[in-house]
Structure formats: C-alpha cells, structure tokens
Design a protein around this ligand. Structure first.
Ligand SMILES: Nc1nc2c(ncn2[C@@H]2O[C@H](COP(=O)(O)OP(=O)(O)OP(=O)(O)O)[C@@H](O)[C@H]2O)c(=O)[nH]1
Ligand SMILES: [Mg+2]
Length: 259
C-alpha cells in the first residue's frame, strides 16, 4: 500500500488538495455541464471547501462524505471534453487523473449525448481502470425518449456504470455503493481499450518492455507508449517531472498498480 502520510503531502504540494490519511480520494471528471457539481453537492452536502490548484489561479472544490464508515474526499475537476490538454482546465484534469493517483476517477456522462461523452471516458480508461461511470441526466434522456442500457454499457466498458438523475437525487445510493465496492476491492474491472491500427499496435508492443522498466507500476505503460507515439514532448517532460518527484515522496514504498 502507498504511504498515506507522504501521499497527503504530495497531493497538497503538487495539487493543493488536502486529504486525511484515512480518506479515499475520488476525482470527479466529465464534460462541461453534465452535472458534476450537482453530484458533488448531493454527495458532500455542506462538507465542502474551496482552494486553488497548486500554482494555478483556477479554483478547486473539495468535499468529504462518509459511506458505511468509510471516508471519502471528492475532488471536483474542471469540465473537459478531452485530456489532450489544449486548455489550462484540461491540463489540470489530466494531471490530477494521471499523476494525482486518485483511488477512483468518477466520470459523469450526459445520458442525452452519450456518444460525445464517451470520448473522454475512453481516454480515462486508457489511463486507469479504477473508474466508475455515472450516466447522469437520465430524466432528460427519458423526456427525449432515449433509453440507455446500463448493464450492457457496463459489459462493453468493463467498469461499473450507474444511472442517475442527480438533481432529483435518483441513483445516488447505487453510486455510493459502486464507489464503496471499488475502494473495498469488491469490484473487478476490465477497462475497455481502444485497439489502434496494426502499425500503431506493433509500435506499442515494441515500446512496452522499455517503458515498463522505466515507469514500473506508476503509470500504465500502454498509455505512456501512446503518448510517446503522439510525440507530445511537453507532456513527456511532465511525465518525467512527476515520476521523479514521486520517487522522492515514495522512495521504497511498493506501489499498487493503478490501471
Ligand atoms: N434534469 C436534470 N438536470 C440536471 C441533472 N444534473 C444536473 N442537472 C442540471 O444541469 C445543469 C448543470 O449542472 P452542473 O452540476 O452545474 O454541471 P457541471 O458538470 O458541474 O458543469 P460545469 O462545472 O460547468 O462543467 C444545472 O442546471 C443542473 O441543475 C439531472 O440529473 N437532471
Ligand atoms: Mg461544475
């Protein structure tokens, strides 16, 4: 297990997030306007505080809740359509999901335009399998005669999927249960991976052993291989930056793989 005290120090210094050693950290991600803050408010009530992302002028919301005697810290990330970091908000969301090592990334999706929302969900599933998907706005979808097959979506994506209408408070109990089961290690996941062209897949296979050697279990090697193939130089530098700092925070602590 990771060293909880060092982890707290790391989150504080690099992200401006205050976590207690006994809390599980949940990153709340999703496209803009899908109901993230509604879910956040419904789960955390008045137990919220605002801060700033470390080194950034962008505000963050952190909130606590307890479910079945387990304490959670929920971090509301800026709404983003992708993690390709074209904007400061995308960079913040991406860095926290990639390097903040949340125990779970809870991705809120808009049931009325699921296809567009799945783009971000699939990008996150390439980084980590510790994901719970919340298909929100089911009441709006119903008005538009859109039916979402939640069990089928769960089978297709390989992670827990919960349907909600957060403004009415519907489905939140199931959501809490899914989060709880995942932190307790009671849910098995097999996150859906995008299969690329043969050329790209061969290049990934060639790079993987070397990357595995370099990053250990700190990052998903397939995902790092894809970033290298993208030649996203600034992001590759960012990966090096976080990995070297994490080394100094967690020198000899065996880490739990996060994908
Ligand atoms: N009908 C309906 N409206 C909802 C639901 N969830 C959220 N809303 C509404 O959708 C709007 C956007 O909700 P927010 O919670 O602010 O969405 P957000 O994802 O935090 O938005 P950004 O932070 O701007 O990205 C608000 O007017 C909510 O009241 C829902 O399940 N059903
Ligand atoms: Mg919001």
């Amino acid at each position: 297990m990771r060293n909880k005290a060092s982890y707290g120090q790391y989150l504080k210094e690099f992200f401006g997030i205050n976590v207690n050693p006994h809390q599980s950290v949940i990153a709340l991600a999703g496209n803009p306007n899908v109901g993230k803050s509604t879910v956040f408010n419904a789960l955390t009530g008045l137990r919220q505080h605002t801060g700033n992302w470390a080194g950034k002028t962008v505000c963050n919301m952190q909130g606590n809740f307890v479910y079945k005697h387990k304490s959670f810290l929920l971090v509301d990330l800026p709404g983003t359509y992708s993690l390709l970091a074209h904007t400061l908000e995308e960079e913040i969301a991406r860095d926290f999901i990639c390097f903040g090592r949340p125990d779970i990334t809870l991705v809120v999706l808009d049931a009325t335009c699921l296809e567009r929302n799945l783009n971000l969900a699939l990008q996150i599933l390439e980084i980590t399998g510790r994901v719970v998907l919340c298909v929100n706005l089911l009441d709006e979808a119903e008005k538009k005669k859109i039916y979402i097959d939640i069990p089928e979506l769960e089978t297709e994506l390989g992670v827990p999927v919960v349907g909600t209408a957060a403004r009415k408070g519907e489905g939140l109990e199931n959501l809490l249960e899914a989060l709880y089961r995942m932190v307790m290690g009671a849910s098995s996941t097999e996150p859906r991976q995008i299969i690329y062209s043969q050329e790209v897949e061969e290049a990934i296979q060639q790079l993987m052993p070397e990357i595995q050697f370099l990053v250990g279990d700190q990052l998903n090697p397939r995902w790092v291989a894809l970033r290298l193939l993208d030649s996203d130089r600034s992001f590759i530098e960012r990966i090096s930056f976080y990995l070297s700092y994490r080394q100094s925070y967690f020198p000899s602590t065996p880490e739990v793989a996060i994908w």
